[in-house]
Design a protein around this ligand. Structure first.
Ligand code: MOS
Length: 755
């Protein structure tokens, strides 16, 4: 019999592409409701201290104003977690304490946005400023010691460094970056008695629900969070920010639906940023290029009262086969707008230092950078000694180098030219740790033969709608056009954040489980039914395709889902299922494979190390020797992302990460002045990579489905920004013989060293 036509693994356009390009996808900023009022925020102009007076008379008298709220008159809100990590600062407007520049200190709600803006400008706030803590070396800076951020230490790194034949020891710094999605963060809230309905730019509908339920003291079941389209976030939507509670508060006070849209400047102060880092890396090696010591000590910032887990060095501990490692990260509380997670948080910054240092070591040893990395490849997880659940990193090095043409590289720095321009080839290793939380999904097949599968997850633009539609189609044996996938609604089954590059795995496994269980529910309906041609069937003996269940070895015996529902007089069948983190997967899990169902047995977490994704990046840069301008000329990335559900959207994920990496390497820097005020809070002043900065990008996928995940995927959303800045910096060194250890590699840094 002919095999069913599978869509997973093919190139496929986004199922929501038409909605997006025709402007009919509803982002939070697009939500309008009858009687909608508008909220505008007033922000602190100092970085620490206390609020003195809030003079609101003129604002209250201004046309259209419904309410002016500040800590003076705000009702109490309970302390609620903004992240899954526990303690968070008090909700807004609860005290007169100022923790950072840009903190929300007052809010105006008015009939129109313009009226709210005009009234907000009339509010006078006085402060008793205190001395802000703004630098790591400020004696008043306190460090966070979260149990979630253990140091990774094995062997004796000091002794090994002392004894090493060859050593590299350098300090690297990375700039603060700001997530800067194009879509402005927006919240629209409306209360019906004690029931709250809220549209919000978030990567985490259930988190918003639970956080607001705690803050407002209502039952989480009374809150519905909607976000069918996010509009980008890059990690900024992983927390429940103060303005979200304020919008709900404004709606509660005015008894009106209220909309609050952050301004672009507020996007820099109010939804986090990637913290700046200072990192010392010391590597020791034998003459023949075996690593004997890796020491990586990182310092980064976090907000006052925050406990944000954003460690820089854990990736280092698992990076290379090396017996002596010490990877330590410290975070200091500063009076700055709170940092948050931004694409590959920690890994992006840490990999710049480690992979730059590896490049420096390759020159110190006179060994090719790929050869050096291959010689120190971690064939097992070096922290646990367990074999990886999947690992095609060596293949990434080999196939990426081949595709790039690495062999034509002259190893001598500043030796290659293209006319007037200096040419450099650089490479780096990339890895992103595995993360697969529990997730629920629910699947239905309806009387008209269509399937509806949904989960309270989000699609931040990564293609979640598309790949989950494809996966459900294959698991159920229903044409992809007959599958509708729903997400972005906290009334749907509970899903984790779209974060940590873990959603495709977590949600994919939940969708597969729900679809397999749904097919099983159909099998249960017919297996004892004498009037069904499928009487006596079992999961092991069926194939699903074209909206029907077939006996695999007897093409004459099949029945459509519609016929089964009709005979049983059912409008639909619906099943909810849950995926478990690896190691907690039940042994009876089945997976769908080519329309058939086979048992899936995961290796136990005691036998395998759950591998994240791996990649090797190859970059060619052109540097103008007179102007010190750097142009990325081409990039090849070879990626081990496990099973790839959709080669088109997966490739777009890698390209997006690379573009972010180009920005991080060459342009992006959130600058603060000495009072703690962020100064370049516009997209005219905060420079991101644009089309003119992005060259031809060639992505190739290698590797196999991951053995610990039934759906076989590995996270690729944040993989490509990891290691990319180092690959570019390494190419710049190769072009110029100038090592820039401080991101971004702006013209001034290169010029000053090169001139
Ligand atoms: Mo990512 S920082 O987990 O959106």
């Amino acid at each position: 019999m002919s095999a069913a036509t599978m869509v997973v693994g093919t190139d496929r356009d986004r199922v929501d592409g038409r909605l997006k390009v025709t402007g009919t996808a509803t982002y939070p900023i697009d939500v309008n409701l009858p009687e909608l009022a508008h909220a505008v925020l007033v922000q602190s102009t100092v970085s620490s201290g206390r609020i003195g007076r809030v003079v609101v008379d003129a604002a209250e008298r201004a046309p259209g104003v419904l309410s002016v709220v500040s800590h003076v008159n705000a009702p109490p809100l309970a302390r609620a977690a903004m992240t899954p990590l526990g303690p968070s600062p008090l909700p807004p407007f609860q005290t007169d304490v100022v923790r950072h520049y840009g903190q929300h200190v007052a809010m105006v709600v008015a009939e129109t946005l313009e009226q709210a803006q005009a009234a907000a400008a009339l509010i006078e706030v006085t402060y008793q400023p205190g001395p802000p803590v703004l630098a790591f070396d400020d004696p008043h800076a306190s460090s966070v010691s979260s149990p979630a951020t253990p140091d990774h230490v094995r062997g004796d790194v000091s002794k090994a460094l002392h004894a090493a034949d060859v050593k590299v020891s350098e300090t690297y710094t990375t700039a603060a970056n700001t997530n800067s999605p194009i879509g402005l963060f927006a919240t629209v809230a409306v209360w019906h008695g004690d029931r709250l309905s809220i549209h919000d730019t978030t990567q985490w509908p259930h988190g918003v629900r639970d956080s607001l339920a705690t803050a407002f003291g209502v039952d989480p079941r009374e809150i519905r969070v909607l976000v069918p389209f996010v509009g980008g976030a890059f990690g900024a939507g992983l927390r429940v920010w103060p303005h979200v509670a304020l919008t709900a508060l404004a709606a509660r006070i005015t008894k009106r639906p209220v909309k609050l849209v952050l301004t672009r400047a507020q996007m820099f102060t109010s939804i986090g940023h990637r913290p700046n880092t200072v990192q010392q890396v010391s590597l020791g090696a034998t003459r023949d290029g075996r690593l004997t010591a890796i020491e990586h000590v990182a310092t980064s910032s976090l907000g006052m009262e925050d406990e944000l887990f954003n460690p820089i060095t854990p990736g280092t501990a698992e990076s290379y086969a090396c017996p002596n490692v010490s990877a330590r990260a410290t975070q200091f509380h500063l009076n700055i707008p709170p940092p948050t997670w931004m694409r590959a948080p920690g890994e992006a910054e840490g990999s710049f230092a480690l992979e730059s240092a590896m490049d420096e070591l390759s020159y110190a040893l006179g060994i090719d950078p790929i050869e050096l990395r291959s010689r120190n490849h971690a064939t097992v997880n070096p922290e646990t000694g367990l074999p990886w659940s999947s690992d095609a990193l060596l293949e990434c090095y080999r196939r990426g180098a081949e595709r790039f043409g690495w062999s034509s590289r002259n190893p001598k720095p500043a030796s290659m030219r293209n006319g007037h321009l200096l040419v450099g080839y650089g490479m780096a290793r990339a890895a992103l740790g595995a993360y697969q939380p529990a997730c629920k999904a629910i699947a239905s097949i309806r009387r008209d033969g269509t399937a509806f599968v949904r989960s309270g997850a989000t699609d931040i633009g990564t293609g979640t709608y598309t790949v989950m539609t494809m996966l459900a189609a294959d698991c159920l044996g229903v044409p992809v056009e007959h599958v509708q996938f729903g997400l972005g609604d906290s009334a749907m089954p509970k899903a984790p954040q779209e974060g940590g590059s873990g959603l495709t795995g977590a949600l994919g496994n939940a969708v597969q489980a729900a679809c397999v269980d749904l097919v099983r529910a159909f099998v249960d309906l017919v297996k004892g039914d004498p009037s069904s041609p499928l009487k006596g069937c079992t999961m092991q003996r069926i194939t699903v395709r074209d909206g029907a269940i077939h006996m695999t070895d007897d093409p004459s015996r099949f029945e459509t889902y519609v016929a089964i529902l009709t005979r049983n007089n059912l409008p639909q069948l619906t099943i909810e299922s849950e995926s478990a983190p690896p190691g907690e997967t039940s042994s009876s899990t089945m997976m769908a494979q080519g329309g058939r169902f086979v048992p899936f047995t995961a290796p136990s977490t005691g036998a395998r190390a759950h591998a994240g994704s791996f990649a090797a990046h190859f970059v060619e840069v052109h540097v103008d020797p007179d102007l010190s301008t750097v142009r990325v000329a081409r990039i090849v990335s070879a990626v081990d992302g496990g099973r790839i559900l959709n080669t088109k959207t997966a490739r777009s994920q890698i390209i997006g990460g690379i573009v972010g990496g180009i920005g991080m390497a060459l342009f992006e820097e959130t600058v603060s002045d000495r009072t703690g005020r962020q100064v370049n809070t516009s997209l005219g002043d905060y420079i991101v990579a644009v089309n003119a900065d992005v060259p031809e990008i060639d992505v190739l996928f290698v590797g196999q489905p991951d053995s610990m995940s039934p759906v076989g995927t590995k996270g690729i959303g944040e993989l490509a920004i990891t290691g990319m800045a180092a690959a570019i910096a390494n190419a710049v060194y190769h072009a110029t013989a100038v090592r820039v250890r401080s991101l971004p590699i702006s013209i001034d840094k290169l010029f000053e060293r090169y001139a």
